[in-house]
Design a protein around this ligand. Structure first.
Ligand SMILES: O=C(O)CCC(=O)C(=O)O
Length: 355
């Protein structure tokens, strides 16, 4: 069934209806107190700004792993162009969007809940995901992907997204400096680890939904990746589960919402935490969000710095792993939640060893 038919029906199809206990809150949830991290202040080296940013990020990451990044230096016009590109792409006929169709087993490409058939608890959304690499030998990876899969007409579209990914990769490296300082391992430790990152970007499009009280745009999950940098439009809908209840994240066009993913949780030896989040939909307006998921270069071994390990207080929590192994686990075996890393470790331990 296509979305053009679904949107004119009084009731949404049953596969989009979520069980009672997972449905959106009946009353608007309280906003989460997410600290604004002044990135320009931190990068200026001013001791007070550095100490302030490190203290705020430390408090947030020990508790829930969500914070805002402000004074990030990313051109508002670039962000606006990515939002317009998102609108442009998702307003195309399905046949056009399906040129970038996600292939079975892949995590990149176009995916729509409105065109698949046999499933339940479907998210009310369409997405377009693609790879980014900060490897200097792959300077046009995003642009090339779009030219090759969608045709030369999409070269300019790909260029905007390429530019945005480069900007996000830069923001991530700066945030890694703050995280290194706040964890006491120095500004370069995590920054250097993510130089040459091989990340993922996703455009999310949530059409208006006639029964938003029983549907979800994105189901509850934790990010298996390292760091997520999200820009949501003014419609809002992102929610985070903290202290046993859902909270909203108020939309702010000047800020990026950043959260810790499982891979960084492992790098910090569990000191900093990721957290369950989801997106709700509404009947009045379509919503867009754009997410950049920072991931290490595929051959990097995820292993916490020695300073974060001590037999007494912080014994080593997770074994060494590479990002592709965790990605495979969450793609094929496990739906990411609060316990992904523990389940991943159990899976690694029961896998037959090659010798
Ligand atoms: O749209 C949002 O606000 C959240 C999106 C999200 O969590 C995701 O794409 O993984």
């Amino acid at each position: 069934m296509s979305f053009s038919i679904i949107q004119h029906q009084a009731h949404i199809p049953p596969q989009f209806i979520w069980p009672d206990h997972e449905r959106p809150c009946a009353e608007a949830p309280p906003p989460l107190d997410v600290p604004p991290i002044d990135l320009a202040g931190f990068m200026s080296g001013d001791p007070e700004a550095v100490a302030n940013a490190a203290r705020l990020i430390d408090q947030a990451c020990r508790r829930h792993g969500f914070f805002l990044v402000v004074n990030h230096g990313i051109d508002a016009d670039l962000i606006a162009r990515v939002h317009s590109s998102t609108d442009l792409f998702f307003s195309m006929p399905v046949a056009e969007k399906e040129k970038a169709m996600r292939k079975p087993g892949d995590h990149c490409g176009y995916a729509s809940s409105f065109t698949g058939r046999f499933s339940s608890k479907l998210p009310w959304k369409e997405t377009l995901s693609f790879r980014y690499s900060a490897d200097p030998n792959l300077p046009d990876i995003v642009q090339t992907y779009f030219s090759q899969t969608m045709g030369e007409d999409y070269s300019a579209f790909g260029r905007v997204l390429q530019e945005y990914c480069e900007a996000m990769s830069g923001v991530c490296l700066k945030v890694m400096e703050v995280l290194g300082v706040s964890l006491g391992v120095g500004a370069d430790c995590f920054r250097d680890f993510f130089v040459g990152n091989e990340s993922i970007m996703r455009l999310n499009y949530y059409p208006p939904c006639q029964q938003p009280e029983v549907a979800l745009g994105t189901g509850p999950h934790c990010d298996p990746t390292s760091l997520t940098i999200l820009h949501q439009d003014q419609v809002g809908g992102l929610e985070v589960y903290v202290d046993q209840k859902w909270h909203s994240i108020t939309s702010n066009p000047h800020a990026f919402v950043v959260n810790i993913g499982d891979t960084f949780m492992a790098l910090s030896n569990g000191i900093y935490k990721g957290c369950l989040h989801r997106a709700v939909v509404n009947s009045a307006a379509a919503r867009r969000s754009i997410a950049f998921f920072l991931c290490p270069k595929t051959d990097k071994v995820v292993s916490p710095p020695q300073q974060l390990l001590s037999q007494g207080n912080n014994p080593r929590l997770y074994p060494d792993f590479t990002w592709p192994a965790l990605l495979e686990f969450t793609q094929k075996h496990y739906r990411s939640d609060m316990k992904t890393l523990d389940a991943f470790v159990a899976w690694l331990n029961q896998r037959p060893t090659l010798n």
